[in-house]
Design a protein around this ligand. Sequence first.
Ligand code: CA
Length: 221
Amino acid sequence: MKRILFVEDDQTIASALTFSLEDEGYEVVHKATVQQALPELKNSFDLVLLDLGLPDGSGYEICRAMSGSDTPIVILSAVDDEANIVMGLELGAVDYVTKPFRLRELLTRIRGILRRREKTDDSSLYQLGNIRLDSNRARVTVDHKDVYLSALEYRLLLLLMQHMNQVLSREQIFEHLWDIDGQFISDNTLSVYIKRIREKIGDSEGRYIRTVRGLGYMAGE
Ligand code: CA
């Protein structure tokens, strides 16, 4: 049975959603505050569903406490500006759902995320020039030296390296990474992330992570 940690202080949403998730066959652990949720992180979950506005702090604190974990986080929030969405993605969220949301749609997205996790479980090593990515340990090295990437930068690099020598369009990147509607994220934001990754892996000229004008991005030598 898949286990979901659900952090939400609004009792109406919490009860309705817990009921629906359990009805779908998930085991749900519901917590209403940051302080109640943090100790739960030592247990293992298949997904974390997270409200941002909590009475004793922000859901982002829980994202931060989970850094380095590969458990997918889905953010539920009333705030839908790009800065907040990007911050959530940067902290490891894989999806961002704005309130009010449609229950059916949310359940479909959760199912999709869990299904994709199962499919991509065959983790392995990827090599691109002197860049090495070990997806078992979520570790990136350049010339055997560790490179520190944010959760979002890491997932973007992993995606590109999993599709070596294939051009990925901006839409494909959004679809693969977040299930998120591309309209929330500007082209500019994506290019900023690509630029940061290139800088960190010593590829400022875009020799390994190439921009394919008008089409998207491609990893290759
Ligand atoms: Ca709230």
